[in-house]
Ligand binder design. Sequence first.
Ligand code: NAD
Length: 436
Amino acid sequence: MKIAVVGTGYVGLVTGTCFAETGNRVTCVDIDVTKIEKLKSGVITIYEPGLDVLFDRNIKEGRLLFTTNLAEGIKDAEVIFLALPTPPGEDGSADLKYILKVADDLGPLLADYAVIVDKSTVPVGTAEKVHARIAKNAKVEFDVVSNPEFLREGVAVEDFMKPDRVVIGTNSEKARKVMNKLYAPLVRQGNPVIFMDERSAEMTKYAANAFLATKITFMNEIANLCEKVGANVDDIRRGIGTDSRIGKRFLFAGIGYGGSCFPKDVQALHKTSEEYAYDFKILEAVMGVNENQKTKLLPKIKQYFNHDLSGKTIAVWGLAFKPYTDDIREAPALENIKELVAAGANVRAYDPEAMENVKRILGDQIVYTNSPYEALEGADALFIVTEWPEFRSPEFERISSLLKNKVIFDGRNVFELDQMRELGYTYYSIGRDVVA
Ligand code: NAD
């Protein structure tokens, strides 16, 4: 099939590359000239494990093309994906300006029947809006389908190539056939393609993200209570996660969720509920708890240094909102670093992938280092913000020889309490006793 992907960010580039991998001829379109120039010259623009191999192969085989020209990109395409940003607007609702702009542009360009697929996360009713905007100028038949994306950054290729399920919202039989054909190679193991109407598909994506954010937040609340009653949240996690009704995943307590999806999607769903005069109490609680959770360790850091961080140096391990990505959108690291700097501390940071992105935001307010150990040079404390695997079994002797004080603040419960006790560290984590 000939397909086009409009918007070549995290979702667009993965979608385009993976559909090229299954034999389609894909053109990725973006308005970012620098990004398209890089991609055209074979340079991948995001860090996503395994994507580079597919990217190189499909470029070589001529199945993956890039352009800044929408007309050229969608020429002869049977399917046109919209993988455009839907950032929060000022009031928290999803801003549809990117999607609706492309819908306006597409109308006059359609020369033959095409399926326009909304891959972006968009509020209920958006497929209808997109349909209306395209219809204003279109001279041919077309369908607008909602096909929310469930990939996780860091394992995006695996998620895309072997999805747990594919959700497709459409009432058009013609579009349904096209979508079935496109996805067939990805669901050969029998994972379902679930068809529903457009509104339900749009809602499914928000329900999934809001549920996962709630699961994490619930566990963070349990962790906060554990600290007060003297229980260990890791034991609670093991104790409840083994119950098949609860499940093991998304039960890790920490300093809150971040990223480009959960915060904005929870906010947008809350906004939708407001628009429909529904008081969605759980979502409000989730947003409030997560906001506090992100900086949960800061008062403890301040207290440790007698409420005076001026001139103190804090080594920060991990900047990305989670491991295996360079994405720092809504990353708890940013808020924590800003507060540390505002309190007069110096920050020496290390992240395997996200430092370039942070440099663009924080510039020279902090020091960027080439290894976790370089970050510790002259530091008064270590603060772990993202649980990259390389932080899990570090050389503790080297850490203690570099740190001025043997103290670790761990926002992701990377280490065991017994281990820290044996090694003689003062250790603060989430939902567990302080090792002093
Ligand atoms: P992104 O910001 O990484 O990429 C969006 C791209 O669209 C950018 O490259 C931007 O330059 C481009 N763009 C903007 N206007 C354009 C236009 N008029 N024409 C062509 N290109 C244009 O965003 P993303 O993370 O890929 O997210 C895209 C959508 O997918 C969002 O709705 C998001 O909520 C959803 N989503 C994201 C993830 C994720 O893990 N990142 C997962 C599932 C769903």
